[in-house]
Structures are given as structure tokens and as C-alpha cells.
Design a protein around this ligand. Structure first.
Ligand code: NAD
Length: 276
């Protein structure tokens, strides 16, 4: 059982990644993101998920500094955006992100979306950054199985993480099995469906049964599947609530009830159809 906020999963290269992190998509640069990250670090989160696209890396960096938490205790993820891809551009984008975060290295660098004509070149740059010790782990985001296979056919270093949309309306069973088979850690974005699924009778019934909130049920469901999860909130009480998922466990039949809600429904874009 994954039993505490300090619990971590060992990635394929031995680097340890916390099971829970704070997502900061749409947390506004400045006071909002700074307060959210500082609050999370204060209550015990050690992992933060940002991206150059979110335009709040500076705030994340400032919060880290002001928190006083030791750098080596933290796990910081950022991502290369679509128009930053390609070999040289990625190397430049990485330096930009580091400068904004005011860090010497990041723990995990991700290709944000599979830009088909670019992601292989981008991956070469990722491998160079990894070899040079500028990033502790490298991975991808929004990659389908066919993208992963394509990448792994040319890669020297396999991706260690795949961060994808994952919640009970979009249970990506085949992708999860593929990733487990190849030692790629799956990480869920939009784990709470931004609250859309909270009122579903199955979620409500489980919340009542376990005396937990719908958000806590959904996050614990990620952990039962051994999926890293990064709920977003800028509200102190919710940041705390989302971290209180380590003192209970869902029974197998209840995990199955949530699995059965799958509708292959995406809130975000279909990775094969991106035009941005
Ligand atoms: P989410 O499912 O985490 O929903 C966040 C929203 O849910 C909040 O804005 C708030 O309105 C609500 N919420 C949070 N905690 C709550 C609680 N305890 N009770 C009630 N409501 C609550 O959605 P998300 O922000 O899209 O995803 C999480 C993170 O994943 C992002 O912040 C980002 O870091 C990452 N992400 C990555 C990608 C990608 O393409 N790689 C895409 C989207 C998001």
C-alpha cells in the first residue's frame, strides 16, 4: 500500500518520484502560483508539475526559494512546448525554463505533446540533457502506444514517464499495461476531471462508504492503479484535502466500479489530432 505523502515510486533509472504532486496549469504567474506552491510545500508535497506553456515557471521557482525546502528533497517537472521542439530549439527551451525556475537542474523534463514531425529530434536533445546530468529523468506526455513504440525504436534512453489524461471516464487500460510492461511510469493529468465527475452516483456512494471526498476517492483510485497523480488547486483547504489520500485504500471491487465508468471520454485534445 502507498501509505504516505512521502511515498515515492522508483523510475526505470532508479530516480524516485513522489506519487502525489501539485499541478499548476492555469495557476496565474505571480501571487497565485507562488502561494499555491508554497502552501503545498508547507503541507508536505514535494513534487510540482509545471510547463513552459503554463507561463508560471518563475513563480514556481520563487516559491521554491521562499519555502526553504532543500532542493534535493524536491521533484520538479517541466515540459517543452510544441513550438519549442526540434534539437536546437529544445536545448534553448530547456535553458529558458531553467533560468525562469532559477534552478540548476530539473528532476523530470517531458515532451508536452507528440508533434509528429519533431518529437524524435526533441528526444535526441532530451537524451543529451540527460547524459549531461541537466535532468534526472526524461519522459513524454500525451503519447499513445504507437508514439511510444516509434520513439523507442530510435531511442538510446527510453522514456521513464508518460503523463496522460486519465480518470474514470478515460481509463486507458491498454496504455497503462503497455507502460507497465516497458517500465514507463504512467502519470495522470486532469485526475479530478476538474470536478465534473464528483456528482456521479458511484463516486458519491464511494465517498460516503469511505468517509472521504470525491476528490480523495479519485486520487486514491490513481494510486491503486500505481499511477502518479498531480491534482491542481490554488485553494489551501483543497491542497490539503488532496494530500489526505494515504490513510485508506480502495477495495478491489470498488476500484473496478470506478474502472467501469469508462466512456473513453476526453476533456483535452486527442493526441493524434493536435493542431497546436
Ligand atoms: P484537475 O482534474 O486536477 O482539476 C483541477 C480543478 O479541480 C481545480 O482547478 C479545482 O477547480 C478543482 N479541484 C481541485 N481540488 C479539488 C477538491 N479537493 N475539491 C473540489 N474541487 C477541486 O485538472 P488539471 O489542472 O487539468 O490537471 C492537473 C494537472 O495536470 C495540471 O495542473 C497540470 O499540471 C497537468 N496537466 C498536464 C497536461 C498535459 O498535457 N501534460 C494537460 C492538463 C493538465
Amino acid at each position: 500500500m502507498i501509505h504516505s505523502l512521502e511515498s515515492k515510486v522508483k523510475l526505470s533509472n532508479g530516480v524516485e518520484m513522489p506519487w502525489l504532486g501539485l499541478g499548476v496549469y492555469k495557476a496565474e504567474q505571480g501571487e497565485e502560483v507562488i502561494t499555491a506552491v508554497k502552501t503545498a510545500l508547507e503541507v508536505g508535497y514535494r513534487s510540482i508539475d509545471t510547463a513552459s506553456f503554463y507561463q508560471n515557471e518563475e513563480g514556481v521557482g520563487q516559491a521554491i526559494k521562499e519555502s526553504g525546502v532543500l532542493r534535493e528533497e524536491l521533484f520538479i517537472t517541466t515540459k517543452v512546448w510544441n513550438d519549442e521542439q526540434g534539437y536546437d530549439n529544445t536545448l534553448k527551451a530547456f535553458e529558458r525554463s531553467l533560468r525562469k525556475l532559477d534552478l540548476d537542474y530539473v528532476d523530470l523534463y517531458l515532451i508536452h505533446w507528440p508533434v509528429v514531425e519533431k518529437y524524435k529530434e526533441t528526444w535526441r536533445a532530451f537524451e543529451a540533457l540527460y547524459r549531461d546530468g541537466r535532468v534526472r529523468a526524461i519522459g513524454v506526455s500525451n503519447f499513445h502506444i504507437h508514439h511510444l513504440e516509434d520513439l523507442m525504436n530510435m531511442s538510446e534512453v527510453n522514456p521513464m514517464v508518460n503523463q496522460v489524461e486519465f480518470h474514470p471516464y478515460l481509463v486507458q487500460t491498454k496504455l497503462l499495461a503497455f507502460c507497465q510492461e516497458h517500465d514507463i511510469q504512467l502519470e495522470a493529468w486532469r485526475p479530478l476531471t476538474k470536478g465534473d465527475i464528483f456528482d456521479h452516483p458511484v463516486v458519491q456512494a464511494l465517498a460516503e462508504k469511505y468517509e472521504k471526498s470525491p476528490a480523495q476517492i479519485l486520487l486514491r483510485w490513481n494510486l491503486e492503479h500505481r499511477i502518479v497523480t498531480i491534482p491542481k488547486s490554488v485553494t489551501r483547504s483543497r491542497i490539503i484535502e488532496n494530500s489526505q489520500i494515504f490513510d485508506f485504500s480502495l477495495r478491489t471491487e470498488d476500484v473496478a466500479k470506478l474502472d467501469a465508468l469508462n466512456e473513453n471520454r476526453r476533456y483535452g485534445p486527442e493526441p493524434d489530432e493536435i493542431d497546436f
